[in-house]
Design a protein around this ligand. Structure first.
Ligand code: C5P
Length: 237
């Protein structure tokens, strides 16, 4: 069977808690390491997870001038993760520089995939209009920024499952969509405003889903992961 396209968000406070979670599994996983864990533990956390044979999406959302992002990506490339990311709002020039840095720093002949955060789901139309001065419908901004990412040579975007089909249609079928906001039926929605099930995300054309608490906070995380994978990887309702 193909590798799972379910990415588990390791939103844990430290290496110890992360290990305790990973110890429950005896299969290769695809996991996401975000700012909290990476800034707390440094590159060692990546080395520990890779030594266990898991794939990694390093979610640091870089956003700076192109030169700085290029140099930072050169360093991140050496960690040999599978996916890294930047903010699309940093400009096409910045996103191009990110890819150049990854090419220069890559281990072996394959660079990590680079994807762009379009509009954070914590932003809404009101913030765009009144704080950021962007007077366009949010959905149009997301598609425009996804297009910019494609033009810069990126491989895909992080977006809502609901934005996945319009992005595939307008930006390209092979442009990857990585979508958080996933819950198993009956789970607590927590702070996510709009959620979909793994099965629904697949039918909405998500290429990868990012799942945190539906797995990490489950009574039986291994069983929850298998249920998410059954729905998303195998397409069983
Ligand atoms: O626990 P939950 O499944 O809501 O976790 C989702 C993960 O995806 C978290 O790590 C969160 O930071 C991340 N994320 C998100 N929405 C975005 C981008 C990232 O929920 N727009």
């Amino acid at each position: 069977m193909e590798d799972s396209k379910v990415i588990i968000a390791l939103d844990f406070k430290d290496q110890e808690a992360t290990k305790a979670f990973l110890d429950k599994f005896d299969e290769p996983l695809f996991v996401k390491v975000g700012m909290e864990l990476f800034y707390g533990e440094g590159p060692d956390i990546i080395k520990m997870i890779k030594a266990r044979g898991h794939k990694i999406f390093l979610d640091l959302k870089l956003h700076d001038i192109p030169h700085t992002v290029k140099q930072a990506m050169k360093n991140l490339a050496r960690l040999d993760c599978d996916i890294v990311n930047v903010h699309a709002s940093g400009s096409i020039a910045m996103m191009k520089a990110a890819v150049e840095g990854l090419e220069e720093g890559k281990v072996g002949d394959k660079r990590p995939l680079c994807i762009a955060v379009t509009c954070l789901t914590s932003l809404d139309q009101d913030v765009l209009d009144h704080e950021l001065g962007i007077h366009e419908p949010l959905e149009d901004v997301v598609v425009k920024w996804a297009n910019n990412a494609k033009m810069a040579g990126l491989d895909g975007v992080v977006c809502s499952p609901l934005e996945s089909a319009p992005i595939h249609e307008k930006v390209g079928k092979d442009f990857i969509t990585v979508t958080p906001g996933i819950r198993l039926a009956g789970n607590n929605v927590n702070d996510q405003k709009r959620v979909t099930t793994p099965y629904k995300a697949r039918s909405l054309t998500s290429n990868y889903i990012v799942v945190g608490r539906s797995i990490t906070a489950a009574d039986d995380p291994v069983a929850a992961y298998h249920e998410v994978s059954r729905q998303f990887d195998k397409g069983e309702e």
